[in-house]
Design a protein around this ligand. Structure first.
Ligand code: FMN
Length: 150
């Protein structure tokens, strides 16, 4: 059984809606043989990452960067995972109220350092998520999980 890990920081209703849509897509009944593991960024561990075949990251944009919670996740797992997780496929979603470019750049920098491979287009939402935004999150989850089907 393949494992898709979702590591998320979800401090608001907008991010909860995006997270739930990603989970809904990833756990669609048509996708078989993929275990979807959810971990809040402040409790995710290197063991979670080492057990994953793919990963979806979710964060707000805070002060022009990823959230401190997701940064803490990377600070925690970076060296324990550096050797063993090269080429790990990943995707991500970011929510902000002004601009999310800084958060995207930060995610790109750290995942490039880890050698992870971006496998899906990022979902970025500014302001209250609309129907299309929620659909894009669903697609992100579904594609990320479907890519791991054997
Ligand atoms: C301290 C702080 C810094 C923030 N910095 C940014 C930022 O740099 N860019 C941005 O788009 N939104 C920023 N935001 C907005 C958050 O991304 C937003 O509050 C979060 O995604 C939750 O969405 P909501 O407040 O609409 O529920 C910031 C929020 C806080 C509390």
């Amino acid at each position: 059984m393949a494992t898709l890990l979702i590591v998320h920081h979800t401090p608001s209703p907008s991010l909860q809606a995006m997270f739930e849509a990603v989970v809904s897509g990833a756990t669609d009944p048509e996708i078989e043989g993929v275990d979807v593991v959810r971990r809040p960024a402040l409790s995710a561990t290197a063991s979670d990452v080492l057990a994953a075949d793919g990963i979806v990251l979710g964060t707000p944009a805070n002060l022009g960067y990823m959230s401190g919670a997701l940064k803490h996740f990377f600070d925690t797992v970076y060296y324990p995972c550096l050797d063993a997780t090269r080429s790990l496929p990943f995707g991500y979603y970011v929510h902000g109220n002004e601009g999310v470019e800084g958060a995207q750049k930060a995610i790109t920098t750290v995942t490039t350092g880890l050698g992870w491979q971006q496998a899906t287009a990022p979902v970025t939402v500014v302001g209250e998520p609309g129907k299309d935004d929620i659909s894009a999150c669903w697609e992100l989850g579904a594609t990320s999980a479907a890519n791991l089907m054997e």
